[in-house]
Design a protein around this ligand. Structure first.
Ligand code: FDA
Length: 425
C-alpha cells in the first residue's frame, strides 16, 4: 500500500491549487481525478479566457458576494487569500490579464495558461521538499477511515484514510475532497463528494443549479420567442421585501426563456414557484416620459419606445396589447400607465431552469456548520477536508467562484502543512 501525506480527490481549480500549495510546503501529495484531463471547468470558463477572480470582492465583508446557509463561513478563507494574492501569482508566471467590467479579471490569451500555471506550481513542489503525484483517469471505489489510536502511543499518527482506487490502495492521514459541483456532468461533475460527506456523518444542504438560464411555459413564452438573441441592460429582482435581491446587468432573450448575466445572477436566488421582476428601462421615469411624449408627438407608441429599447423589442412590446398599437397622442392615459408599469415592473414566473446541463454552479453542498472556517476540516472527522464548490458556498457571477476555490484551497493547504508538522514531531 502506497502512502502520502495527503490525498486530494478532484484535480479541478481547488484541487490543483491545494496540491500545489501543500506540495510547496513540503508535503507528499497524491491528486486523483476520474476525468482524463485536469480542470475542464477552468478550460471552458469565461468563454475560454477564465474570469479567474474579482477585484470588487469586499475586503471588509467578502461574504457579500456569496450565497450560503451559513453566510459568514467563507469570510476567514477569503480574507486569508485575496484576489491580489492570486493576481500576484499570475504576474509571477508572466500571464497577461485584463479587467472586463465590475472588477472581473480575465486572461488576455487563454484559460489554458491558467491551467499550465497550476500544473507548473504542482511541478515546483520538489524544489520545496514536497511532491505532487497525479493519477488520472483514476476512479475511487471506496474510502475507509482507520482509527488505531487506542492501540497507539501517537493517537494522531494512528488515524488514516485508506483509499481504494482502480490504480491501487493508498493510505494517508489527510483526505481532501475537491470534487466540485454538479453542473456539466458530461465533463466530469459528480455527486461523489456529497456522498462521501454523508458517509462520514456530515450534513449536505439542499442543492440546485445556480447561474443558470430560466425557462418559461412554452405558450406563455410564445410572444417573446421571436426576440431570441436580443440583449439589453435591465434591473432584475426576486424575493420578498425582506430578502430582496437585485442586479443591474444585461438580459438576453432565448428561444426557451431568459439568460444573460442579469438572469444568471438572479437564478441563484430564485425560488421555484416565485416570480422575478424586470425593469426593462432602468433609470428612466417611463410614466412621465410617455405623458410628455403624448403631449408633443404623433409617432406610433412602438417608435417612441425605441428611444429607450432596441427597435425589435419596442415593436414586439407594443404588439402585446391592442391599446398600445397606435400613435401616442391617441393613447389613453390608462393605456400609457399600464404600458409604463409593464415595462418597468415586468413580473414573470419561470417554470424552471435549464438545469445542471447548462448551470455554471451548484447552489448548496456540504453544510459548512460541520466544517472549520479556518482549515476546511470536518469538525467531527479528523483529517477530512472539503474545498471549493463541493461546499455550500456559491459565488456571484464574475470570478467569485474561482476566488472561493483558490481561497479555500489555500486555507486547507496551510492546515495540511501544520497537521503534517504535528505528526512528524
Ligand atoms: P471543479 O469542477 O473545478 O473540479 C472538480 C474536479 O473533480 C473535476 O476535475 C472532476 O473531474 C473531479 N471529480 C468529480 N467527481 C469525481 C470523482 N468521483 N472522482 C474523481 N474526481 C472527480 N467561475 C468563475 O469564477 N469564473 C468563471 O469564468 C467561470 N466560468 C464558468 C463557466 C462554466 C461553463 C462553468 C460550468 C463554470 C464556470 N465557473 C466559473 C465556475 C467554476 O468553474 C467552478 O466554481 C470551479 O471550477 C469550482 O472549482 P472546484 O475545484 O471546486 O471544482
Amino acid at each position: 500500500m502506497q502512502s502520502f501525506d495527503a490525498v486530494i480527490i478532484g484535480a479541478g481549480a481547488a484541487g490543483l491549487f491545494c496540491a500545489a500549495q501543500a506540495g510547496q510546503r513540503g508535503l507528499r501529495v497524491l491528486l486523483i481525478d476520474h476525468a482524463g484531463r485536469v480542470a475542464e471547468k477552468v478550460r471552458i470558463s469565461g468563454g475560454g479566457r477564465a474570469n479567474f477572480t474579482n477585484r470588487d470582492l469586499d475586503p471588509a465583508a467578502p461574504q457579500r458576494h456569496y450565497l450560503s446557509s451559513n453566510p459568514k463561513f467563507c469570510r476567514s478563507a477569503l480574507a486569508g487569500f485575496t484576489p491580489s494574492d492570486f493576481v500576484a501569482l499570475l504576474n509571477r508566471h508572466g500571464i497577461a490579464w485584463y479587467e472586463k467590467h465590475k472588477g472581473q479579471l480575465f486572461c488576455d490569451d487563454s484559460a489554458e495558461q491558467l491551467i499550465n500555471m497550476l500544473l507548473a506550481e504542482c511541478a515546483a513542489a520538489p524544489t520545496h521538499g514536497g511532491l505532487v503525484e497525479r493519477w488520472q483517469p483514476c476512479r475511487v471505489q471506496r474510502v475507509k477511515f482507520q482509527d488505531q489510536s487506542a492501540l497507539n502511543t501517537s493517537p494522531q499518527g494512528a488515524r488514516s484514510y485508506v483509499i481504494y482506487s482502480d490504480q491501487g490502495v493508498i493510505q494517508a492521514p489527510a483526505l481532501v475532497v475537491a470534487t466540485g459541483g454538479l453542473s456539466i456532468p458530461k465533463i466530469g461533475a459528480s455527486d461523489w463528494g456529497l456522498r462521501l460527506a454523508r458517509q462520514f456523518g456530515l450534513k449536505v444542504t439542499d442543492t440546485h443549479p445556480g447561474l443558470v438560464p430560466l425557462t418559461f411555459d412554452v405558450t406563455a413564452w410564445a410572444p417573446y420567442a421571436q426576440l431570441a438573441g436580443l440583449a439589453l441592460p435591465v434591473e432584475i429582482s426576486t424575493g420578498d421585501k425582506k430578502n430582496r435581491m437585485q442586479f443591474h446587468e444585461d438580459l438576453l432573450f432565448t428561444h426557451r426563456g431568459l439568460s444573460g448575466p442579469a438572469v444568471l445572477q438572479i437564478s441563484s436566488y430564485w425560488q421555484p414557484g416565485t416570480s422575478i421582476a424586470i425593469n426593462l428601462i432602468p433609470g428612466v421615469d417611463v410614466h412621465t416620459e410617455l405623458q410628455a411624449a403624448k403631449a408633443r408627438s404623433r409617432k406610433l407608441i412602438a417608435n417612441e419606445l425605441a428611444t429607450w429599447l432596441p427597435a425589435r423589442l419596442a415593436n414586439a412590446w407594443a404588439g402585446l396589447d391592442s391599446t398600445w398599437q397606435r400613435p401616442i397622442n391617441e393613447a389613453s392615459d390608462k393605456a400609457l400607465s399600464k404600458l409604463a408599469e409593464a415595462l418597468q415592473r415586468w413580473q414573470l414566473t419561470p417554470t424552471g431552469t435549464e438545469g445542471y446541463k447548462k448551470a455554471e454552479v451548484t447552489v448548496g453542498g456540504v453544510d459548512t456548520r460541520g466544517l472549520s472556517s479556518q482549515t476546511m476540516e470536518a469538525l467531527a472527522q479528523p483529517g477530512l477536508y472539503f474545498i471549493g464548490e463541493v461546499i455550500d458556498v456559491t459565488g456571484w457571477l464574475g470570478g467569485y467562484n474561482f476566488q472561493w476555490a483558490w481561497a479555500s484551497a489555500a486555507a486547507c493547504a496551510q492546515a495540511l502543512a501544520e497537521r503534517s508538522r504535528t505528526l512528524r514531531t
